[in-house]
Design a binder for this molecule. Structure first.
Ligand SMILES: *Cc1c(COP(=O)(O)O)cnc(C)c1O
Length: 220
């Protein structure tokens, strides 16, 4: 399958899932996850009409953003405070804010650059040990903390459900949390489960391997 075929197939599946849920396909944004792929692959995706890409690693985002002008970027990976400088102002949306300390670092950097950084709060929706994301119980306070900082804005929630179990209840749980917090953006669903995430209300699906093929394993 060519890259163009993959994008059209995923686009059709996305639209079909939206229509099946009684939603406008335009209400779901396809974020093409280009982590670990060379800049050349991103250029190829741009050539078939994709403009929005997701990256997991801060320096990789910084480098690719330089190498591929014309792409728009989201940051979706765990973010260490000392790497915030590579991401703020480069990523339109940071999906992975999960602590007050990280929020403060992002807000400080955004202040310095004179930008408003759009963010999502990542929730450890399965309550798993050693998984990124804040606890469900911490969500209200973390969302509230944005209000006191003018250089950051919380637009919604993101999650990665536990592996090996049906994801749907976790997606629904995240949607419920977002509704309680009156947040409109829901980043959930990957290659294996984006249709179910859309059924549960996802507004951004993060799709990598279904578009670009299997990634080579990386060690960092
Ligand atoms: C890698 C990654 C994805 C994409 O995963 P695929 O299964 O390849 O679609 C989505 N979200 C996050 C946070 C990721 O790290």
């Amino acid at each position: 399958m060519s890259l163009a075929d993959n994008f059209s197939r995923v686009g059709e599946e996305l639209a079909e899932a939206a229509r099946a849920a009684g939603r406008d396909p335009k209400s779901v944004t396809l974020l093409a996850v280009s982590k670990t792929l060379p800049a050349e692959r991103v250029r190829e995706a741009i050539a078939v009409g994709q403009t929005l890409f997701g990256e997991n690693y801060a320096q990789e985002l910084r480098d690719k953003a330089r190498e591929v002008p014309g792409a728009r970027w989201h940051f979706i990976g765990p973010l260490q405070r000392n790497k915030v400088k590579y991401v703020v102002g480069v990523a339109e949306l940071i999906h992975s804010v999960d602590s007050l300390a990280l929020l403060d670092e992002i807000a400080g950097r955004a202040d310095k650059l004179g930008v408003v950084q759009r963010c999502l709060v990542q929730v450890n929706i399965g309550g798993e040990a050693q998984k990124s994301g804040c606890a469900i119980a911490e969500v209200p306070a973390l969302v509230q903390a944005f209000a006191a900082r003018s250089s950051v804005r919380c637009e919604g929630l993101m999650c990665i459900p536990p592996e090996g179990v049906a994801p749907r209840p976790f997606f629904e749980n995240l949607a419920q949390l977002a509704a309680t917090e009156k947040l409109g953006t829901l980043s959930m669903g990957m290659s294996a489960d984006f249709a179910e995430a859309i059924a549960a209300g996802a507004t951004i699906v993060r799709v990598g391997s279904a578009l670009f093929g299997a990634r080579n394993p990386v060690t960092r």
